[in-house]
Ligand binder design. Structure first.
Ligand code: ADP
Ligand code: MG
Length: 478
């Protein structure tokens, strides 16, 4: 079966789908897509494994969209993801790919949110549901989510869902699906638990695993620095000042430490925020929105909290604490060096943690070497002389370039990015296009990044002016 398909146009896909794919700038398929899309189009079950960032979402979304029958609003595909953020991210990609499917309903059924609106939305019908296992099971048990017409089930990040203890929920959902439903398991790693689940529920599945090419691995440069237990924060600051990343994630093993480290960074004037399990959902959303749009430079997070973080370009990952499990190490550092860019992964190692290096080395077939901590802070020193107004932050770690304004309206209010952009750059706003950064529209809230030096002006014009002729609550987030 090795007649190599390389381009999406080699596939038997409807023109409208091929057009969208081309518009998104996808030309060549990624290896996991090239191997798995033909299998999925043929209707077979599949277990697919490839590293994070290799395009698995499109790999399962494209076949789903090809098969969807727009004439009926029955749920034809169910996609399970481990977290709410991942659900939102997958739903976004499915909607993007499905934008020529007029009337396509993609519904998110994830936990941590009220269930009533989800039940209400399901009553009106949806073609595709993306949800977390717990909430989806709840919706099934309430007879709100009906799966009798479901032809495809996807477990996205199946390994993570199993890790997070969703196994029982997943099994109940698998058991509730029609017998001939195609099932697709995707993950970044391939533990035994996946093989077991596959053996139990899949029929004659095709297994696709994509090994990282030797050249690709080099896209992440790894460094290990030794620091005494009490010197880790100082070491971190040195590292950040030396490497001056635009955006970085710092991983800690415990949530209390995440908070402490973030506070310590903020105290030295480094723009940081922490993401940990104790935050309310809306706080998490804010932290993430601010990080994605570069209002916060450094995110300090635990592994659990960082699941599902979706950030396009991260130039540095720091292991403030060395992870005990080598696969956690690989997951963490895999967040940098995406999309063909080189990334840097730095680990702070205390003398007592040195044994972990050997485990990591064994797992990744490399030889981790400890380097001396970087000294001097050429880039940061320059930042100290910059005063007010224009900040030339390209290589400076301290200040963030942007600020975030939240608007208490979102997709459900029919708010679109263009409406916000219009209000900011139009007559009343007067901002230039490049004063405005990322605009994120959520269900009931939106975030827009604006350059720091025009933030107050932007805020004022949004408060005084109107968006789509209406007045919403507008706030500058700190
Ligand atoms: P994974 O689920 O494997 O971690 P994603 O599906 O999140 O990876 O994809 C990572 C990024 O690659 C996304 O930004 C996506 O839009 C992009 N992408 C996916 N397929 C292609 C492609 N064929 N060509 C270029 N970019 C792609
Ligand atoms: Mg994914």
């Amino acid at each position: 079966m090795k007649n190599k398909l390389e381009h999406f146009s080699d596939l038997d896909l409807p023109p409208l789908l091929l057009e969208v794919i081309a518009e998104l700038g996808y030309t060549k398929m990624t290896p996991i897509q090239a191997e798995s899309i033909p299998v999925l189009l043929s209707g077979r079950d599949l277990v697919g494994q490839s590293k994070t960032g290799s395009g698995k979402t499109a790999a399962f979304s494209i076949p789903i969209l090809r098969n969807i029958n727009m004439k009926t609003r029955a749920v034809q595909a169910l996609i399970l993801c481990p977290t709410r953020e991942l659900c939102a991210q997958v739903a976004r990609e499915v909607r993007r790919l499905g934008r020529r499917h007029a009337g396509l309903q993609v519904l998110v059924g994830s936990g941590g949110q009220f269930i009533a609106p989800q039940v209400g939305a399901l009553e009106k019908g949806a073609h595709i549901v993306v949800g977390t296992p717990g909430r989806v099971l709840d919706l099934i048990q309430r007879k709100s989510l009906i799966l009798s017409k479901t032809t495809t089930l996807v477990l996205d990040e199946a390994d993570r869902m199993l890790d997070m203890g969703f196994e029982e929920d997943m099994e109940q959902i698998l058991a509730a699906l029609p017998r001939k439903c195609q099932s697709v398991f995707f993950s970044a790693t391939f533990p035994q638990s996946i093989t077991d689940l596959s053996a139990k529920y899949q029929q004659n599945p095709v297994t696709v695993t994509i090994k990282d090419a030797a050249g690709e691995e080099a896209a992440i440069e790894e460094k290990f620095y030794e620091a005494g237990l009490g010197e880790k924060t100082t070491a971190l600051i040195k590292i950040l000042e030396h490497h001056a990343p635009q955006s970085a994630i710092v991983f800690t093993n415990m949530k209390a430490v995440a908070r402490e480290v973030s506070d310590a960074l903020n105290n030295t004037g480094i723009s940081a925020a922490s993401l940990h399990g104790d935050l309310e959902q809306f706080e998490r959303d804010r932290v993430m929105a601010r990080f994605r749009n570069q209002s916060t430079r450094i995110l300090v997070a635990t592994d659990v909290a960082a699941r599902g973080i979706d950030v396009e370009s991260l130039d540095l990952v720091v292991n403030f604490d060395c992870p005990s499990k080598p696969d956690t190490y690989v997951h963490r550092i895999g967040r940098t060096g995406r999309a063909g860019k080189t990334g840097l992964a730095v680990s702070i190692v205390t003398p007592r943690e040195k044994f972990k290096l050997a485990l990591i080395g064994e797992y990744t077939s490399t030889k981790p070497v400890i380097s001396p901590l970087p000294r001097g802070k050429p880039q940061a020193e320059k930042s100290d002389v910059i005063t007010g107004g224009r900040d030339n932050t390209e290589s400076v770690i301290k200040a963030a370039r942007m600020e975030t304004i939240s608007i208490s309206a979102g997709r459900k209010d029919k708010l679109r990015p263009g409406d916000i952009l219009g209000a900011l750059t139009g007559e009343s706003g007067g901002l230039k296009g490049d004063d405005v950064g990322k605009i994120e529209i959520h269900d009931r809230i939106s975030y827009v990044a604006v350059r720091k030096d025009v933030a107050q002006h932007a805020l004022k014009s949004l408060i005084e002016g109107k968006i789509k002729g209406r007045t919403f609550k507008v706030m500058l987030l700190r």
